[in-house]
Design a protein around this ligand. Structure first.
Ligand SMILES: [Zn+2]
Length: 303
């Protein structure tokens, strides 16, 4: 009797395994817009899902428009993860359309509106560069993790554990940045960059921040704004301003030239990683690496 029961149980287990195999359709295929989002998503999903990013190192997301190959990738994806807040401004129409067919998640949807910085570029809009506040970015990925658990419920525990590991590293990196930047004098805590990507960073780590271009790289810089910035740099005795890997150096160079015309030597420093990671094999090829490399460059440039 007992033996018969055992045989039945073994048979039932075999059938249920086969059913599970038939339901499983292989690893989840996730496509992200930026490389920064892809890197953190990989930390959450580990080897349970394939993650690919549309934008590689040095690519400016404000200006990026999908290629035909991107459209194929997006059509084949099970899940798409974006930043939102108009970062991917030129892809908005396509992403809205895809959102009617499959999950298109926005990291920014996981962050309460009152924690976001308002943007002066458009009415009722917010600064999209949320990854420069590591704690906020982690809140956004807490939301993404919950959504991925709903979509891929077999991997829930694995995703949650990976998120907890990521969140612990967020706390470590945040503490390290505070330690590094506390070494700067208050008078030298002024960060001037090619475009206005560092407002969240400035709010977190008490740096005064100015972007030569606006929040989006689409905006033009007026001659008067440039002249005002040259006067500001000289009045505040600022040593360095910073270029970025994903934007042009032209406007930053014109500040250096303007200062030189007035007899002031201003250093062109960087490049900082603002909206894109470095190459995969470089230290700035990951989200945490990019934060660390930026902080070293800012600290050395401003001290
Ligand atoms: Zn930007």
């Amino acid at each position: 009797m007992k033996r018969n029961l055992l045989i039945i149980m073994v048979l039932l287990a075999a059938v249920s395994c086969r059913l599970e195999d038939e339901v499983r359709t292989g690893p989840l295929h996730i496509v992200t817009t930026t490389g920064i989002i892809a890197d953190v998503t990989k930390q959450i999903v580990g080897d349970s899902a394939d993650v690919s990013s549309l934008m590689g190192p040095g690519v400016d997301p404000h200006l990026y428009k999908q290629t035909p190959a991107d459209i194929d990738l997006l059509n084949e994806a099970d899940v798409i993860i974006t930043n939102g807040l108009h970062l991917e401004g030129k892809m908005a129409e396509l992403l809205d359309k895809l959102g009617k067919e499959k999950p298109v998640l926005k990291v920014s949807d996981g962050i309460a509106k009152n924690k976001l910085i308002k943007s002066s570029d458009f009415e009722d809009s917010y600064d999209p560069h949320i990854w420069f506040d590591p704690i906020l970015w982690s809140e956004g990925f807490n939301y993404i993790t919950k959504k991925l658990c709903e979509i891929d419920s077999n991997a829930t525990l694995y995703y949650q554990n990976n998120y907890e590991t990521f969140n612990r590293e967020i706390a470590n990196v945040n503490a390290w940045i505070l330690d590094e930047l506390v070494q700067l004098n208050d008078s030298s805590k002024v960060l001037i960059t090619s475009h206005d990507a560092f407002s969240y960073f400035g709010r977190c780590y008490q740096l005064e921040v100015k972007g030569i271009q606006g929040i989006s790289t689409l905006s033009e810089v007026g001659l008067k704004d440039l002249a005002d910035l040259v006067d500001f740099v000289i009045a505040r005795k600022i040593r360095s301003i910073f270029v970025e890997t994903s934007t042009s150096d032209k406007t930053a160079q014109s500040i250096v030239d303007g200062a030189k015309d007035k007899g002031y030597v201003l250093q062109l420093d960087g490049p900082l990683y603002s909206d894109a990671l470095g190459e995969a094999e470089e230290p700035a090829g990951t989200y945490f690496g990019m934060l660390r490399v930026n902080v070293e460059k800012i600290k050395n440039g401003l001290k």
